[in-house]
Design a protein around this ligand. Structure first.
Ligand code: HEC
Ligand code: HEC
Ligand code: HEC
Ligand code: HEC
Ligand code: HEC
Length: 193
């Protein structure tokens, strides 16, 4: 009996350690080049719309993360007194250098995704796929899967695969599930070009 309890205890402890250590081993952590506070810019506080910075142009092309020219419209000289803003002006705006943001939602090159189809035609909200990032006050570190080279956000935060929030994770199975729910039957080449 005692042996069995010890064995069981060993198993439980081993599993707990594994559960903590596995993500550490699987993901490489990289900091973003600087912090960014969405909340001071958007919503009630900042008043800017998502599409003021994340532009979908006339031809329907999504321009992704804004370039430094957009930031310079307001931050050519610091307007506040934070170190972060001063650093941005000195290191990026004055020398006119782009900020090398790491993209959490980046899909592999062979997967095709169009914001115009989903946001403009499909009338989906940014939050449906990206969660609360547009109202966040700081940036989490970027995590890259050492085996696949993908951002952790593709698999989702939970290693088990069962995500606690509907917007977590963006694997192929999830794209296809939503398409099927909405009556779309896409061939492989709809998404793989
Ligand atoms: C002042 C310009 C600005 C506005 C307004 C803005 N964003 Fe952003 N957004 C950025 C910058 C800069 C980044 C890159 C840093 C980061 O990842 O947050 C970014 C990144 C993002 C990302 C991360 C993409 C990825 O996968 O890495 C999402 C999602 C996003 N914004 C959503 C929103 C939403 C939703 C709104 C409106 C509620 C919004 N943004 C308004 C500037 C802006
Ligand atoms: C329409 C004007 C406008 C644009 C465009 C804009 N900002 Fe801001 N930004 C503000 C305002 C207003 C504040 C708040 C200033 C304060 O009181 O500190 C701010 C604050 C900041 C701060 C300091 C806040 C902190 O928490 O450290 C940073 C850094 C910053 N913005 C980065 C950016 C970046 C990067 C871009 C381009 C993607 C950008 N901003 C574009 C208006 C703007
Ligand atoms: C149907 C899901 C979905 C919706 C809705 C959606 N996105 Fe995305 N977003 C994605 C995916 C998937 C990617 C990665 C695309 C890629 O890597 O090719 C992405 C990438 C991004 C990026 C990084 C772009 C880059 O390539 O640098 C930003 C910024 C972003 N989205 C902002 C937004 C904003 C703002 C909205 C609302 C106006 C929005 N998204 C709505 C799924 C979505
Ligand atoms: C929450 C639901 C949802 C998710 C998640 C989603 N889609 Fe879609 N997708 C749609 C809808 C709805 C349409 C049809 C829009 C329209 O009416 O044309 C669509 C259309 C498309 C199209 C066809 C676009 C065109 O112009 O013909 C492609 C390609 C596509 N999605 C790729 C993806 C990929 C890749 C992912 C995952 C990274 C994804 N989608 C995730 C709902 C979704
Ligand atoms: C609705 C869009 C969509 C459709 C339809 C789709 N895929 Fe994908 N596929 C993706 C996305 C997004 C990824 C990258 C994310 C991932 O690996 O789950 C991917 C990844 C893959 C991968 C790489 C898997 C990996 O883990 O790296 C293979 C192989 C693949 N798809 C094959 C197919 C085949 C074969 C079909 C047709 C039967 C198909 N896909 C249909 C969106 C799609």
């Amino acid at each position: 009996m005692r042996d069995k309890i010890l064995l069981l205890a060993g198993f439980v402890i081993g599993s707990l350690i594994g559960w903590q250590a596995f993500p550490l081993a699987l993901y490489k952590t990289e900091e973003q080049p600087m912090q960014f506070n969405h909340k001071v810019h958007t919503g009630e506080q900042g008043g800017m719309a998502c599409t003021d910075c994340h532009i979908i142009n006339e031809t329907g092309r999504f321009q992704g993360v804004p370039t430094i020219a957009k930031c310079a419209e307001c931050h050519a000289a610091p307007i506040g007194s934070t170190k972060q803003e001063q650093r941005m002006v000195d290191e990026y705006i004055t020398p006119n250098k782009q900020i090398p943001w790491k993209i959490y939602s980046r899909q592999p090159d062979n997967a095709f995704f169009s914001h115009a189809s989903h946001v403009t035609i499909g009338e989906m909200k940014c939050e449906a796929c990206h969660g609360p990032q547009g109202s966040s006050e700081s940036l989490k570190p970027y995590k890259e899967n050492r085996i696949s080279g993908y951002s952790r956000d593709i698999w989702g935060v939970s290693i088990s695969g069962f995500q606690s929030e509907s917007w977590q994770g963006m694997k192929m199975s999830k794209c296809i599930r939503c398409h099927t729910d909405r009556g779309r039957k896409d061939g492989c080449i709809a998404c793989h070009k």
